[in-house]
Design a binder for this molecule. Structure first.
Ligand code: FPP
Length: 237
């Protein structure tokens, strides 16, 4: 029997926290707190299976439009979870990075992001990327701006702008692009996540709400992934 294929880079849209809380007649923030426990489950799973990179969509650029108490509660939760978990993540060889528009966060959160990145920069077991105030279109727009700046400064000729030049300027350029996207919560869409990077990812959707995520659900995604034939636009072999 051949060894099942393990994704090199798993990307996850963690959806369903609000509905999980609603079903229990609890405030939405209770769902987000339960969601934080599912984040730990997902990280454990990646470490156990030898998945080298995990990118979690924690907060989209559009999520700023949610009610103030939900946004405020989420910010507190991010700080709390980071403060509680960072030493252990470091001990386990996790390298943490944040992608997105971090200028929109408070100084306290930005400082924590920076110190978590600095502390774990030398780790190589799992690259854990948290997309926060992130949008895929915004990511591509930033890459376009960087290209324009290089052209304006004479470092790049317009004729040299190709896919590789864009790929080098979007977020997570140093990692293999996600080969598997998992979305919980029943919706089947990309929601402005890693638009460029997901071009050839296998997509896997489940009705499971994010706080209910367990290793068995993630294993089903992996089993499905290993049975798929990835052709990258070519014909099958
Ligand atoms: C989407 O569910 C989830 C979010 C907007 C927040 C994700 C945050 C966490 C999982 C908390 C902890 C994260 C980290 C990285 C520590 P939703 O609120 O849109 O759910 P709904 O579709 O049921 O309303």
């Amino acid at each position: 029997m051949s060894t099942p294929a393990i994704p090199k880079h798993l990307a996850v849209i963690m959806d369903g926290n609000g509905r999980w809380a609603q079903r229990r007649r609890r405030p939405r923030i209770i769902g987000h707190r339960a969601g934080a426990r599912a984040v730990a489950t997902c990280i454990d799973f990646c470490l156990e299976r030898g998945i080298g990179a995990l990118t979690l969509f924690a907060f989209s650029s559009e999520n700023w439009g949610r009610p103030d108490d939900e946004v405020g509660g989420l910010m507190k939760l991010f700080v709390h979870v980071l403060d509680r978990e960072i030493a252990e993540l470091h001990r386990r060889g996790v390298r943490m990075r944040f992608i997105g528009d971090r200028e929109r966060f408070s100084a306290a959160i930005r400082e924590r992001m920076q110190s978590a990145e600095a502390l774990t920069a030398g780790n190589a077991r799992l690259a854990l990327n948290i997309a926060a105030s992130y949008g895929g279109r915004q990511d591509i727009a930033h890459a376009a701006r960087a290209l324009a700046e290089d052209v304006a400064a004479g470092r790049l000729a317009p004729a040299d702008i190709d896919e590789a030049a864009v790929a080098a300027r979007v977020a997570l350029a140093d990692l293999p692009p996600p080969d598997l996207l998992v979305r919980t919560g029943g919706d089947q869409r990309i929601s402005n996540f890693l638009l460029w990077q997901l071009a050839y990812a296998e997509l896997w959707f489940t009705d499971t709400l994010w706080p209910d995520l367990d290793a068995a659900t993630l294993q089903r995604a992996l089993d499905d992934f290993s049975g798929r034939e990835r052709r990258f636009g070519l014909t099958g072999g």
